[in-house]
Design a protein around this ligand. Sequence first.
Ligand SMILES: Cc1cc2nc3c(=O)[nH]c(=O)nc-3n(C[C@H](O)[C@H](O)[C@H](O)COP(=O)(O)OP(=O)(O)OC[C@H]3O[C@@H](n4cnc5c(N)ncnc54)[C@H](O)[C@@H]3O)c2cc1C
Ligand code: FES
Length: 271
Amino acid sequence: MSLLTSRPALVVGRTWLTADIVSFWIRETILARTVDPGQFLGVRPGLGPDPMLRRPLSVADVAGNRLRLIFQVRGRGTEMLARAKPGDYLDVLGPLGKPAPPLDQYRLVVCAGGVGAAPLLYYVRRMKKRRHTQVFLGARSKERLILVDEFQRTGVPVMVATDDGSAGYHGTVTELLVNRIRVQDPEGTGKKYGAQQTGGVKRLVVLACGPKPMLAELVCRLAPFPVWGYIEERMGCGTGICYCCALPRRDGGYTRFCQEGPVVLLNEVIL
Ligand SMILES: Cc1cc2nc3c(=O)[nH]c(=O)nc-3n(C[C@H](O)[C@H](O)[C@H](O)COP(=O)(O)OP(=O)(O)OC[C@H]3O[C@@H](n4cnc5c(N)ncnc54)[C@H](O)[C@@H]3O)c2cc1C
Ligand code: FES
């Protein structure tokens, strides 16, 4: 469901998770009731027209009439947003995009790079069954890891990797994940997990969010498993009109990730 009317949302909390990643709670009852995991908001600081293009931000959690946004400060737009304080208003448009597919009938591996953990938290918290879910979180260093405790509180096993080895596995989260899967399926056929969901063995499916090179590597190294991913790349209108977010599909044509995504089956697109 898309409610394409922008709304003022009151900032009710702000906490810095790392030196450049901030967590906001905003109050907006209609959005909190309607937004599903995978969807995002177009956000502008204050109620004026600057910056002209809203910045797309995924919803990281919902509690009652409040929504959580977690974002990394990258440029002018996110700097302006990060300056908002409790009591200020943000202008939000949404929910945009499609809800992520429910994957709890599979053996689900959730993989996050850096701030990519944010939308995956909402996804895992809203899953009906988490019994066969594992979470892998990666960051450059211990100081840049986010949301580990919050994922652990959902009751799923959480594995951590850091590029510099300051916490968990020493290396990238992709490497850790691929190694773990290889241990359980040494020939990489997918058969150990069941190529089909038969004989009580659940098929393995990956859901990932992180930088594009990480997503591309997961698809490449995890074939033949399906890899779903949040595409959080540059976006224009956010509503399906401008085609600036279109990704070429392997079967021809394009997928606009603001419209058909942002969660797409990565095996079907060219990243
Ligand atoms: C559907 C969707 C959901 C998103 N959800 C989140 C989220 O929950 N948390 C979060 O931290 N970020 C998220 N992003 C990325 C976020 O929108 C960008 O970081 C933000 O728009 C940058 O705006 P800016 O004005 O600060 O940077 P700009 O001044 O526009 O650019 C500054 C730098 O950031 C880079 N950049 C700009 N846009 C993006 C982008 N979309 N992705 C990666 N790099 C970019 C530029 O190349 C440049 O180097 C999401 C993006 C999409 C499309
Ligand atoms: S951003 Fe305009 S069509 Fe997707």
